[in-house]
Design a protein around this ligand. Structure first.
Ligand SMILES: NC(=O)c1ccc[n+]([C@@H]2O[C@H](COP(=O)([O-])OP(=O)(O)OC[C@H]3O[C@@H](n4cnc5c(N)ncnc54)[C@H](O)[C@@H]3O)[C@@H](O)[C@H]2O)c1
Length: 404
């Protein structure tokens, strides 16, 4: 059998007929097969993911799509022979692409997610999984039906801190947890706005597939500032909840095995970055979860003294987690008098390598669509509460029809 027929044969054997009809055949790879990867959206984050995936043995980067010519030229210079396109569908049509990495702006995530699975490819999709709740429902359903391997770019799901904390909770060392407090803070020099990027001089209508960027948003003349600084505007972005809270929340949801929040409240505003942006720079979120747990997340862009972290507060113990540091545990002496303070020892896994290994083994990666979904719903509930200036329940949030 040729490589291609063997791949197709194995794929057909592994999936039922219904799945094949819904999701056209692509590939199932053996443990030693090369994984041929395509990318959609290779800007800042995509550039990092490109380096990460090329560092995994047995991976070949064969194609990429980006609406902006500059990004395609940059990739062509660093990956000789790669095929480049300004339309993501050209990558998905390629028979010799097994798996696709999506690192496009938030408002295009669901389109790229669904199209990639419909083309029968495995998927690494950057967080937040989607821009809206209805999109999150569709993407979760598609991931479940597709039989494809889906990893969400929530890399803290591959952290040793997650393994250690889960173990401490399973050991009963925390007792009853009723509150998790988390925070994330940044600062920039006076006069320099957080997230604001300069617009390169070659960012012109001739060099950008503008309608592909708009992805169904109301048509308008080319706007280079919005292409480069999409993060600042609600129609393309989800603010700092989608950029950063989602990482911490996914981690908290995973260690405590939390379902969807039952309600959310978010206050704040554009208090420090008064540059015309729509998304708030100062945020306080409260999420009520079933199981008697409240999670709070607080964020500012004008003071980074406490940087970022999470504290899980239980009747018998406390976990403090700062990203990129060993996670720590302290017993509550009133309830665990013999308990010892402990530091986590488990090493982090490489999140990208975990995805590629799962593409080969067909096992579930560390950040499957389910955690992408739960964390995305929590993000969207918080943002809906902020926009409506009131507490919002899960049922109310699910009934909202998103508007651009
Ligand atoms: N996991 C992490 O730690 C992490 C870190 C940073 C960013 N991200 C996520 O990565 C994504 C991208 O962020 P970024 O900072 O790289 O943004 P970016 O603007 O630098 O890059 C996005 C790229 O997508 C291209 N693009 C826009 N519309 C497209 C379309 N329809 N088809 C193909 N390409 C298109 C743009 O030209 C650009 O090159 C966001 O979802 C962000 O939240 C994740």
């Amino acid at each position: 059998m040729t490589d291609q027929t063997r791949r197709t044969f194995l794929k057909e054997a592994a999936l039922g007929t219904a799945a094949i009809l819904a999701f056209p055949p692509s590939t199932v790879l053996g443990a030693n097969d090369r994984v041929r990867v395509g990318m959609i959206g290779v800007g800042d984050r995509g550039g990092e993911l490109l380096k990460q995936v090329r560092a995994v043995p047995g991976v070949e980067l064969v194609a990429m799509a980006d609406v902006y010519r500059r990004r395609r030229d940059e990739v062509k210079n660093s990956v000789p022979g790669i095929q480049t396109f300004d339309d993501h569908r050209r990558v998905l049509e390629m028979k010799d692409v097994d798996a696709v990495i999506v690192a496009s702006p938030l408002h295009t995530h669901a389109r790229h997610f669904l199209d990639t699975l419909a083309a029968g490819k495995d998927l690494y999709a950057e967080k937040t999984m989607t821009w809206s709740i209805p999109e999150a429902e569709k993407c979760l359903a598609a991931a479940k039906d597709s039989g494809r391997i889906v990893q969400i770019g929530l890399q803290y799901q591959s952290s040793g801190a997650l393994t250690d904390t889960r173990q401490w909770i399973q050991n009963g060392w925390l007792g009853k947890v009723t509150h998790v407090e988390s925070w994330m803070s940044r600062n920039t020099p006076h006069g320099k706005g957080q997230w604001v990027r300069p617009v390169p001089s070659d960012c012109t209508a001739q060099n950008v597939n503008w309608s592909a960027f708009l992805n169904g948003r109301p048509d308008r003349p080319f706007d280079p500032f919005k292409l480069i600084n999409w993060r600042l505007f609600w129609e393309f972005a989800g603010g700092n909840c989608a950029e950063n809270m989602v990482h911490q929340l996914a981690w908290i949801i995973s260690v405590l095995d939390l379902p969807l929040p039952s309600a959310a409240y978010m206050s704040g505003g554009v208090f420090s970055e008064k540059d015309g942006r729509e998304v708030p720079d100062t945020i306080a979120v409260t999420l009520d979860f079933p199981k008697d747990i409240v999670v709070t997340w607080q964020s500012t862009f004008s003071n980074k003294h406490y940087e970022l972290g999470d504290r899980i507060l239980g009747s018998d113990g406390t976990v403090e987690h700062h990203f990129d540091e060993a996670v720590q545990y302290w017993p509550e002496k009133v309830n665990r008098p013999g308990g010892e303070a402990t530091r986590g020892t488990t090493h982090d896994q490489d999140h990208m390598r975990n995805w590629i290994e799962c593409v080969r083994s067909r096992s579930q990666p560390n950040a499957p669509a389910e955690i992408g979904y739960r964390s995305a719903i929590a993000v969207h509930m918080a943002n809906l509460s902020y926009k409506n200036k009131r507490r919002i329940t899960l049922e109310e949030a699910k009934a909202v029809v998103p508007e651009f």
